[in-house]
Ligand binder design. Sequence first.
Ligand SMILES: Cc1ncc(COP(=O)(O)O)c(C=O)c1O
Length: 452
Amino acid sequence: MKDSNFLKENNARSLWHPMAHPADCRANPPIIVSGSNGVRISDVDGHEVVDGVGGLWNVNLGFSCQPVKEAIAAQLDRLPYYSIFRGTTTDVVIELAEELRDFFAPDGLSRSFFTSGGSDSVDTALMLARQYHKIRGEAGRVKFLSLKKGYHGTHFGGASVNGNANFRTAYEPLLAGCHHIPAPYTYRNPFDETDPERLAQLCLSALEDEIAFQGEGTIAAMIMEPILGAGGVLVPHESFMPGVREICDRHGILLIADEVITAFGRTGDWTGSRHWGVKPDLMTTAKAITNGYFPFGAVMMSDAVAEVFEGDETGRAAIGHGYTYSGHPVGAAAALACLAETKRLDVAANAAARGTQLFEGCKALQERYEIIGDVRGGHGLMTGLELVSDRATKAPIDKETIAKVHEETYRAGAMVRMSGANLLMSPPLVLSEEEADIILSALDAGFASVAG
Ligand SMILES: Cc1ncc(COP(=O)(O)O)c(C=O)c1O
């Protein structure tokens, strides 16, 4: 590896970073992460911090998960790649699909379609949803519904159902027939409603209204995150997702649970859908399926959806979709090892306990720091702080202040994620009580640095 002078001189010089302005990256070069240990990362200057971001919501088992590393190395030796397009398969994907079938049985999901990541999984789910209706003779069902503030990746399908202008405007026009419903976001919503249960009902009414307006026979699927993650950790009232399920059922609309960050324990339950007692028709997963060590994803399908495809005799169920790396054997081997460790360590239970600790700790910080307008979480290890310049008016914070809080928090020992006006936390699910306290005390130092 080149020395740190070389790295600093060339930082952001010859590459464009995702989700960043190229000129801003040149002006404010990103932190160069070069090492890791447990739930900690270190930079080229040797500064070590607790990773409150967990990679990018994906390194659930931390950076030192030996069984996953060994599984990857062994698979690279044995069979580094083979395709599973029609006519061939591999031993590891067969085994993985059986494991996933068991893991997701309580969600009513039994079939897998493998992908290389979250955006892939979302586009696969959207495409299969349309195909499902075509097989059943309802070819007019082509539209998609989703939530404003929802995040569904950045392929054209995912961007089209995305609920945040930052990921849409520059790339428009997007897919036709995608329509958005207000999110159950109590801090800011068009109804001025702060009660979570009443707000959930208002959003459900908006969903009913949109379906009536579009015509139910034109809608293929509704896609939603059980807890909205990247949009700022928006936790809906417990009645919301069951309400969406009931409305979708009544109108013949498929429900796609986008669980790219919530599957595998993050909410304190094994899936976000299970957290709310809902069985979706399709579920998108990725990220923690391999602990972030290999790009991989899986779309899970219910028995009912599977029966429509598998029982087809017209030929319409032939799947004309897939990726070169669908079911990559190295990813599949990583996923098998990761699933075994995820279950052995019972990380969902720890996510629930540490999530509550982090949430309560952040609420205590809110009492001391005026710029913390809203604290969201309390359902596993997903915590969001929305910063404001004035609590009474909820006026947004300026970029410099949030950057300063971020920088000082990092200096004091924790990496958190800056996302618009939010600071988001999604640490590894193996976080200890002491490490959660380190994140909280680092945040305390971060806020103290800007407190008047
Ligand atoms: C809910 C959700 N869906 C989809 C995606 C896209 O996943 P990827 O970045 O792996 O393409 C993400 C990424 O954060 C996500 O949070």
